[in-house]
Write a protein of this length. Sequence first.
Length: 134
Amino acid sequence: MRRFLRLLLTLLVIAPPLFAASGAVQCGKLLDARTGQLLSDQVIVFDEKGVITGVGTMSALPQGVKAVDLTGFTCLPGLIDVHTHLTLDPGNNGYKGLGVSVPQEALIGAKNARKTLLAGSPRSAMSVPAISRT
């Protein structure tokens, strides 16, 4: 039984990187957060880690990469990370959370912000761009 559990644990650790692949999403519309423009027929290209490597028309799609068809949706690349709850602590739920003071909440937020920045920013937590129905 222990041998089986070791094998299972090893597979769970090794398997995700083996199946990670670059890809692309074809959007019906795409919000360019820098300019505020809503662009049509855009493609978002991302690498194996889910990091966006390019945005453009279908001609920007690397050879051999098949885009997921989301032409009926509006894509909001990166905007999923603009809202965070750094001051929340999962251990302070319900009644226990009522006893958290503002200074204590600020310290929790500073701790969580440090962890988040050391992990590569909130953006690194996302694997695909945010989408919404057009």
